[in-house]
Design a protein around this ligand. Structure first.
Ligand code: MD6
Ligand code: FE
Length: 200
């Protein structure tokens, strides 16, 4: 793709995927998944979330923001495991490490509407996304809402980088294809998005 979006299918081999899931299970014990709410309306997201790193992305009636503490527990987010930092360092092309790793967990009919990632201060840094578990249909368009869109399958072990013009493109998850991966015993999909939040 010539807009700065790069898809690396199967970048992580199965053993690396298994090691990441084991790291993430430990992290989620310390920072349990929470149900984000839409700003103003309070409608719950269908995806559950948690975060790793100095700053985590949260959403509630008050709005979208980054914060240092888990919204339910008031404790700092666990550190980003070294294996995840290694992926960012290998692929982001950005000199500074990410401050946030958002974990999205999809089960059943969970999906994510078209949105832009624009709650960060540093748009020179890409967003690096890692997919684990069942394959998802990812949809993306341009930088204005309502333009034409394309879809792309994101499978377990795939890495997607959104840099340059694509950094602010609209994107979302139409659906997850149940039973397409054996990585997660209970099925479903995990997506990690790594981000630089403050100016490097
Ligand atoms: C997901 N991903 O794959 C949702 N954001 O579950 C995102 O929202 C996303 O994949 C920014 C950059 C890449 C992404
Ligand atoms: Fe996003």
């Amino acid at each position: 793709m010539n807009n700065g979006m790069k898809h690396y299918p199967g970048m992580l081999e199965r053993p690396a995927q298994e090691a990441l899931v084991s790291d993430l299970r430990q992290c989620v014990q310390k920072a349990p998944l929470f149900v984000p709410l839409m700003p103003r309306t309070g409608t719950p997201f269908s995806v559950r979330m948690t975060n790793l790193g100095g700053l985590g992305w949260v959403s509630d009636r008050a709005g979208y923001r980054y914060q240092a503490l888990h919204p339910d527990l008031g404790t700092p987010w666990p550190q980003i495991p070294p294996a995840i930092l290694d992926i960012w360092r290998a692929i982001s092309g950005f000199q500074a490490d990410p401050e946030a790793c958002l974990i999205n967990f999809y089960q059943g009919t969970a999906k994510m509407g078209l949105h832009q990632d624009k709650d960060e201060e540093e748009f020179a840094a890409p967003v690096v996304s890692i997919s684990l578990g069942d394959t998802a249909i990812f949809r993306f368009g341009g930088t204005s809402r309502g333009g034409k869109t394309q879809s792309l399958k994101l499978s377990s072990g795939d890495v997607l980088v959104m840099s340059g013009e694509s950094r602010l493109c609209f994107h979302g998850i139409d659906r997850v294809m149940t039973g397409t991966s054996t990585l997660l015993k209970e099925g479903g999909r995990i997506n990690l998005t790594l981000r630089r939040v403050t100016k490097a």
